[in-house]
Design a protein around this ligand. Structure first.
Ligand code: PMP
Length: 407
């Protein structure tokens, strides 16, 4: 992408011209949430101003338009991740809710005392805690794939963990702390040879890399709208029909029913069986709009450009005295976690903020990973396609300045 392409893109994101403490905003907290292009915000406004009505239930015109918009969005999302069927796309509130849904419903259908779930050491709490809750409920065990000191999973150890008690493998596609892109295709192949299904947490992958759930042969793939330039409160669970059909509903009420009597309720077909209550139909429309925006730029172009930013920032940051990058996997997404000497990440983050630079500090909801590294947390800069090398220059100078102040 050329500089003028990037400038055009930046013009689509009004927030990027905000001043923070009198300085130009440099937004490097994209792994936490991304900013929203004008088209997404306008789509939300359009929905509320022109066709807001509860979906699926109304015979009236607005309800039909809203229902159609919601289902059209489902189709756009299915195409985007190459799902075979639209009904394999379940709308959730986000990655966290999608994983909780699978941990509950898959757990009810397929898990029993003594069974095991395999996760990795670099998982986000959202891909640990729901499985721990399942383990507590059923008397099961959580097994953990370790990593090397670059932040790459140990595949031999992974193979050793799988056995006849393993019910499911749940793994991040991309680590939100280390940036590691895990070899999910290989992980899935190995699990499938043992007839074990795999859930992929794609929260940090879908906004940055082309994802094809059919090619990956993922059994479940989950992500959040707000990390891919859409609104908060909407997310996606992709699940293979064969699993979803065998799993009981997660929540009751709303459109998830077929018939209700006080004696017995029968459930709706997919995807509605898993969409209890009034869905976030405006969120789904916003998500589809964001996806179309991203597709217009092209995931491959985004991937290439963000890798350029990653390499540029990695080289520049390495010049800072005493700076250590946490996570140096060969396959990395545009996330850089680092520490400078023994400066506390929080102090670094606070002072960078005063210079208009938004980074994340702390354990990034991956406490077991941070503990295993024996560090108090990290400072994390995470990039999106609207970021520039000039911003990285300013950021690196700021890191140098703050390091000198705090040393
Ligand atoms: N998994 C990963 C890898 C993440 O980075 C995040 C968000 N930081 C989540 C899960 C949780 O996403 P959400 O809060 O949108 O449900």
């Amino acid at each position: 992408m050329t500089n003028s392409d990037i400038q055009d893109i930046r013009n689509d994101f009004p927030i990027l011209t905000e001043k923070i403490h009198g300085k130009n905003l440099i937004y490097f907290d994209n792994a936490a949430t991304t900013q929203k292009p004008r088209c997404v915000v306008e789509k939300i406004e359009d929905a509320y101003y022109h066709y807001n009505a509860n979906i699926h239930r109304g015979v009236h015109y607005l309800s039909q338009v809203a229902t159609e918009a919601n289902e059209n969005s489902r189709g756009i999302i299915a195409n985007f991740i190459h799902a075979k069927n639209n009904h394999e796309i379940i709308f959730t509130r986000g990655t966290t809710e999608a994983i909780n849904l699978v941990a509950f419903s898959f757990g009810e259908a397929f898990c029993k005392e003594g069974d095991e779930i395999v996760v990795s050491v670099m998982e986000h709490h959202s891909n640990i805690v729901p499985w721990q809750m399942l383990c507590e409920r059923k008397g099961m065990k959580l097994r953990v794939i370790p990593m090397n000191d670059r932040g790459e999973l140990l595949m031999d150890e992974y193979k050793q963990l799988l056995n006849e008690k393993t019910r499911l493998v749940a793994i991040a596609h991309v680590s939100n702390v280390l940036g590691t892109i895990n070899p999910v295709k290989e992980i899935i192949n190995i699990a499938h040879k043992n007839e074990i299904p795999v859930l992929v947490d794609g929260a940090q992958a879908v906004p940055h890399l082309p994802v094809n759930v059919t090619e990956l042969d993922a059994d479940f793939y989950v992500f959040s709208g707000h990390k891919i330039y859409a609104s908060t409160g909407i997310g996606v669970l992709y699940g293979k029909e064969k699993w979803l059909n065998l799993m009981p509903p997660y929540q009751g009420g709303g459109e998830m029913i077929s018939t209700v009597t006080f004696e017995k309720t029968t459930y709706n077909e997919l995807p509605f069986k898993f969409e209890a209550g009034t869905p976030d139909y405006v969120g789904s429309v916003a998500l589809a709009e964001a996806i179309q925006y991203v597709e217009k730029i092209g995931l491959q172009n985004i991937d290439n450009y963000e890798r350029e930013l990653l390499n540029y920032a990695t080289a520049k940051l390495s010049e800072v005295e005493g700076l250590r990058i946490i996570g140096t996997a060969k396959e990395k997404s545009a996330v850089i976690s680092f520490l400078v000497g023994n400066i506390h990440p929080y102090d670094m983050g606070m002072l960078l903020d005063k210079l208009g630079i938004a980074v994340r500090t702390g354990h990034h909801c991956a406490q077991p990973l941070i503990d295993s590294l024996g560090i108090p947390g990290t400072v994390r800069a995470s990039f999106a396609f609207y970021n520039t090398k000039e911003e990285i220059d300013t950021f690196v100078e700021a890191v140098k300045k703050v390091s000198e102040m705090l040393r």
